[in-house]
Design a protein around this ligand. Sequence first.
Ligand SMILES: Cc1ncc(COP(=O)(O)O)c(C=O)c1O
Length: 469
Amino acid sequence: MDDNAYRYQQLEQWLLQGIIDGRWKLGDRLPSIRELCAQQDLSKATVQHALQRLEAQGLVDVRPKAGHFITLVPNATTPPRVMAKMEAPRSVNVSDLLLDIMGRSAAFDLLPELHAGDLPPGIVALNRAIGRALRRQRGADFQYYDSPAGDPALREQLGQMMAKRGWPVGVDELCITSGCQHALFLALLACCQRGDVVAVESPGFYGVLQLLEQLGLQVMEIPTSTATGMDIDALEEALARWNIRACVVSPAFATPGGALMSDVSRQRLMELADRYDLAVIEDDLYAESGFSKVPDTLKSLDENQRVIHCSSFSKVLSRDLRLGWISGARWHQRILHLKMVTQLASSRYLQQGVADYMKEGDLSAHLRRQRKVLRVQRDRLLASLHAWPVPVRVTVPQGGLAVWLELPDRVDTLAAYHRALAAGVVITPGPLFSASGEYANCLRISFAHPWDGRRIHALNRLPELLELA
Ligand SMILES: Cc1ncc(COP(=O)(O)O)c(C=O)c1O
């Protein structure tokens, strides 16, 4: 990053934080370009660049000769009000309606059916690499299972990728899975027993709630900021009161709001894990999407073999690969055994194809392109939310695939789900992200797909379908 780029991004972040912290409120004017240049000791071009970027995200509006005005307030760093009071651990009961929503590709797309677009070059290269691996198969491969741990070449490549994120993991510490959901399943199965209490983020990933239900585990919902992740003070309070066995966290760009946990929170989490003998399950599958920085893994802080790292290629490369991985710390041997019991083995040619793809540098090239594309798609979404008839609070994530919206209290996103579906639009209602049905007035909107005509049309219909006007 050149020096100038670094400075405009710093100013952008500083202004953004000021808006989140309430230094400037909705409708307020930001300091003028001249004031910012003087205050921050920056050139006019740097200040203009930062303001332009806020404008592109729909956060500020330029009024000629008057200045830059706040038009959209990103979600505050405080946890949502509804979770201010923690509830005791309880069993999970995922409703049929929520299962229905998950069945629709978990509503990562506003459109209900598969919508074909041009294949990005990174996927063309991936398909070629897999095709080559398939053609290379020796005659007998089809009659043998791969080892439960998975293809060594793929694990080697993953090890190199993780080393760049502060965690030089050996091939023997990794096991290939069928996606991250499978990795999370193996992790919970390995470190918990029926009836145990598991702490999760709230709002957080619904897939984990489903797993807890199926495994007969109890959930302890921990208030979580959609900007800065799990509230570690609340976790500490919960650990002091209840006997919690494991904690599932997504430190890097968590769903639903793209929260990023600070280094201090990560460090404190690890201290608590040691103090309370906690298994920490790190769900890391969004990390590589970081627009300007890919954070280190939480696992890199794991001195006592208590972080089980879970991830996959689903969000940054292809959901259809169904390839993920797990590193099971002190539970790794048991995880290898459970992988064999639940899946026997993973497809050999798929793994080899992906390993070649990574070795050729194609994954890195794809990720570089993808991060730029996602950032543009995020900005486009934010700019469009700015035109909604009521002010909305929205996260401005620095990675991940979605923003989290807090709408006026009267809005019921579950009721709107049916209205929207009848109109050919799929939304992801807030209650999907908690075990207690909270967040009725919240919504996750993904920017994973390009904003073509049909999606823009669907997006523009949301205010009416949510009865906002
Ligand atoms: C946070 C999180 N973890 C895990 C998964 C499941 O990933 P996979 O498709 O690799 O099984 C998802 C999918 O939406 C997710 O959002």
